[in-house]
Design a protein around this ligand. Structure first.
Ligand SMILES: Nc1nc2c(ncn2[C@@H]2O[C@H](COP(=O)(O)OP(=O)(O)OP(=O)(O)O)[C@@H](O)[C@H]2O)c(=O)[nH]1
Ligand SMILES: [Mg+2]
Length: 298
């Protein structure tokens, strides 16, 4: 039988569409949430210099001509001791690496490899998916990146390693390209231009909590939880009603501050960010309440 002659249609193949879940893991404060925000170009996740800023699993969708990558931000592994929610957060991390297509280990070269890193590396070793290492904070001066070589020594365990700055958006594009290269062929996971799994109330609550963490002293942030009860769109203005929960009245006093000054500052900063993101004026009603069982709320 004569062989079929190739037609133009056979030669021009449809480009392959890639898709999958890409989990960002690492210890607290390495810059996972900053990286998620930079990768997708929208501020979805709260970012602060305090450990355990992230408490929930946040998806950020990157749509490109090659496909769709769903990045998953996770709580940082933190063995600091003060925090009563560490166990819960660790469980969330372990869950967030199930059924994924790619893992991104984020490291901070200014911090030595310690118990947290070893714990995370052990979790990663058990995963049967490609892994990328991101050594973040490349913008910092060489003399601060004391442990860079220790992390570089781990490259063999990873399919690829990138040094980049999530904060300054430097050298992030090669990471995006690599992610698409490693993702399997697949269909869109998020439809209709949806870019995240979190809803508006949760996002607004995170903006407020971020401002509290930035404003308050070391010990308070661990016992703060924010809930947004409603966001009422009145056209020109949005009315946001939120409650800040904290474990005891001592913290409540600190959050409110003398003459209400601290909470007012938090309100101003939160309103500014909410207003810029939603492109409307914000009227923010903030209450502070004590709740001994605040941990159950997160
Ligand atoms: N210099 C520098 N700082 C960075 C960079 N990326 C993040 N940071 C800072 O590192 C701190 C922690 O950033 P986050 O993104 O909240 O870190 P995280 O890993 O999500 O922290 P947890 O949610 O607590 O686990 C913040 O003060 C960031 O501004 C970077 O590329 N360079
Ligand atoms: Mg985070």
């Amino acid at each position: 039988m004569p062989k079929k002659i190739k037609t133009t249609e056979d030669v021009i193949e449809k480009p392959i569409f890639k898709s999958g879940f890409v989990t960002l893991v690492g210890r607290s404060n390495v810059g996972k949430s900053t990286l998620l925000n930079t990768l997708i170009g929208t501020k979805l996740a709260a970012v602060t210099h305090k450990p355990q800023t992230t408490r929930h699993i946040i998806h950020g969708v990157l749509n490109g001509p090659q496909g769709q990558a769903v990045f998953i931000d996770t709580p940082g592994i933190f063995k600091g001791g003060h925090s009563s929610i560490s166990g819960k957060l660790e469980e969330r991390v372990k869950e967030a690496v199930q059924d994924i297509d790619l893992a991104v280990y984020v490291a901070d070269p200014t911090r030595a490899i310690g118990v947290e890193e070893r714990y995370i590396l052990a979790i990663l070793r058990k995963l049967d998916v490609p892994k990328i290492m991101v050594i973040n904070k490349s913008d910092l001066p060489e003399k601060e990146k004391t442990y860079l070589d220790d992390y570089k020594a781990l490259t063999e365990e990873f399919t690829a390693t990138f040094e980049l700055s999530a904060l300054l958006n430097r050298h992030v594009e090669p990471l995006r390209q690599k992610v698409f290269e490693l993702l399997p062929e697949g269909n869109e996971l998020y439809l209709d231009n949806q870019i995240t799994n979190i809803d508006k109330n949760f996002w607004a609550a995170e903006v407020i909590r971020e401002k509290i963490l930035l404003a308050l002293r070391q010990e308070v942030p661990y016992s703060v939880h924010v809930e947004v009860e409603s966001m009422e769109d009145k056209g020109e203005i949005m009315i946001v009603k939120a409650t800040v929960y904290t474990s005891d009245s001592r913290y409540k006093k600190m959050i409110i501050g003398a003459g209400g000054r601290a909470i007012k500052e938090v309100g101003i900063a939160a309103r500014k960010e909410l207003s810029a993101a939603l492109n409307k004026k914000i009227f923010l009603e903030l209450e502070v309440e004590t709740d001994k069982h605040w941990e159950e709320r997160i």
